[in-house]
Design a protein around this ligand. Structure first.
Ligand code: HEC
Ligand code: HEC
Length: 450
């Protein structure tokens, strides 16, 4: 037997073995145990950073939490540049739960934001108090050509700090009726500095290490590479963004309408709605903040946002139990781990104690075809309308909404949604469904321990 044939045989034996693992958890209906309670298991700085780096992190976190108004003159909204169209008014408004930097909070802040400070916005039907924070892309332009860009939900029309500005919201009800809206929810940004500092060759090697397993399970997948420098992009639901700094600059302009040194031009140029000098966020020449970190004080808010994300530590998983340990083994055995790759390692880092760090994001950072059920019709880079980045599962234990559009709060429903015509995950989901109820429960318990 050749070595390849032997490893294939061993692998098939291993893959087949799962169904015969004895059920040890109590029988009963399989159910998502729900979000883990207790203190937020995320939100701090990476362990081992030096004092100056920690001071920068604190200054940067404060900026991530600073609320923007149009000119910075509204009480409690001291940041400026919110304009003329927006989805949110501060990073941590959407990246909120279980701590600043996370994902959607239990009560959607966009509902009250629609009319904050006198604004006159209608809330589209897909925005409601108990639902997730969302942003909307349109699939097609009116002439039928592909669109794919974000159309902001709200405008500053009517706000007390935007006198004279009158621009209309898009007609979301009509766009929804025309099946032209693709929704996305925020992802957590914890630990992403480690992802950023993982070299391309390590991601490629990780893919190769899973190659036989992927082939047997019908999983393909590919990296979404930057059109600018050819390296692997890692961030966003379709791995469409290269770096945390690029994402920060883009988010600042797209989500909040704040122009910056990376994205210096307003998206909405109506002359009655321009209240500030451009770019609205930039490097400072003198210190006006005095946060305790001169580096943070003189840097643009955009650089601070990227710095907060880069230096934030990954979510801390719960202490393992016999059930979560069985669940983790089953997660590997049925093939979830072929996409949700457990372990990666950083390269040499300029930050104190961050070189060659092993971490567990549960993603291969590739994009995969996820079938007609999840397809959103949006192309970004080399990710087509049915392809998504393997969602990193760290922090899942305290996440409230799942999948790119936040369609469910139930982990089991999120797993079942992986299976639909054309999905690379079909076979794995069939293997998941062939497990005993107790085994499926172990996997859910494992996921809620992350
Ligand atoms: C209105 C809500 C909202 C606001 C405000 C917002 N975001 Fe986001 N964020 C999102 C959504 C939605 C996504 C997913 C976008 C996508 O992939 O298309 C996202 C994704 C991200 C990601 C990608 C993380 C990953 O998993 O790869 C980063 C980084 C990020 N945001 C940073 C920021 C920063 C920095 C700010 C403040 C300037 C900000 N966001 C403000 C909603 C928001
Ligand atoms: C073919 C690759 C692939 C396989 C196999 C796979 N997943 Fe996924 N998983 C994804 C992708 C891609 C997404 C994001 C899909 C989306 O949002 O549309 C995802 C999302 C998820 C989510 C939701 C995460 C979030 O942030 O909303 C959970 C939970 C999950 N997967 C668990 C599993 C489990 C458990 C298994 C095994 C039974 C599994 N996955 C197998 C690729 C895969």
């Amino acid at each position: 037997m050749s070595r390849l044939a032997l490893s294939l045989a061993l692998l098939i034996a291993g893959l087949g073995a799962t169904a015969s693992v004895a059920a040890q958890a109590p029988a009963g209906p399989v159910a998502d145990p729900g979000p883990r309670g207790g203190a937020p298991a995320a939100g701090g700085a990476l362990p081992g950073l030096g004092a100056a780096e920690r001071a920068f992190f604190r200054g940067a976190l404060a900026q991530f939490m600073t609320v923007d108004s149009v000119t910075g003159s509204m009480p409690g909204e001291t940041g400026s540049g919110l304009s003329p169209r927006f989805n949110g008014n501060f990073c941590a408004g959407c990246h909120a739960y279980p701590a600043a930097g996370g994902s959607s909070p239990p009560t959607n802040p966009q509902v009250s934001l629609a009319t904050l400070d006198g604004a006159k916005n209608l809330t589209p039907g897909f925005i409601y108090a108990t639902g997730p924070v969302r942003e909307a892309r349109f699939v097609r332009n009116p002439d039928g050509t592909p669109d794919g860009s974000v159309h902001d939900l709200f405008t500053i029309t009517g706000r007390r700090d935007a006198a004279g500005c009158r621009v209309a919201q898009p007609d979301f009800a009509a766009q929804v009726a025309a099946h032209n809206v693709a929704l996305r929810i925020p992802t957590g940004v914890f630990g992403l500095g480690l992802v950023e500092n993982t070299p391309d060759d390590a991601l490629v090697a990780d893919d190769r290490a899973h190659a036989i397993k992927k082939a047997l399970l019908g999983i393909a997948g590919h990296f979404n590479r930057s059109a600018n420098d050819g390296t692997i992009m890692r961030f966003g639901w379709k791995a469409q963004d290269k770096s945390l700094l690029v994402f920060a600059g883009e988010a600042y302009n797209v989500e909040q309408g704040v122009t910056n040194e990376l994205f210096p031009n307003e998206r909405e140029t109506h002359p009655d709605c321009q209240f500030t000098a451009q770019p609205e966020d930039a490097t400072f020449f003198t210190n006006t903040i005095h946060s305790g970190s001169t580096a943070s004080d003189l840097s643009s808010a955009t650089v601070n946002f990227a710095g907060f994300m880069r230096l934030s530590t990954p979510p801390t998983p719960a202490t393992p139990t016999p059930s979560t340990l069985r669940g983790q083994q089953l997660f590997v055995d049925v093939g979830c781990e072929a996409c949700h790759s457990q372990t990666h390692k950083t390269t040499r880092s300029i930050y104190t104690a961050q070189s060659f760090v092993t971490y567990h994001p549960y993603s291969d950072f590739e994009v995969h075809k996820m079938g007609t059920g999840l397809a959103d019709g949006i192309t970004q880079g080399s990710a087509d309308g049915s392809e998504f980045r393997t969602a990193p599962l760290w922090g899942l234990g305290q996440r409230l909404f799942f999948l790119h559009d936040g369609r469910t709060s139930d982990v089991l429903a999120a797993i079942q949604a992986h299976a639909s015509p054309g999905s690379e995950a079909d076979l794995v989901i069939r293997r998941f469904n062939a497990l005993t109820p107790a085994q499926r429960q172990d996997i859910l318990n494992f996921l809620r321990s992350l």
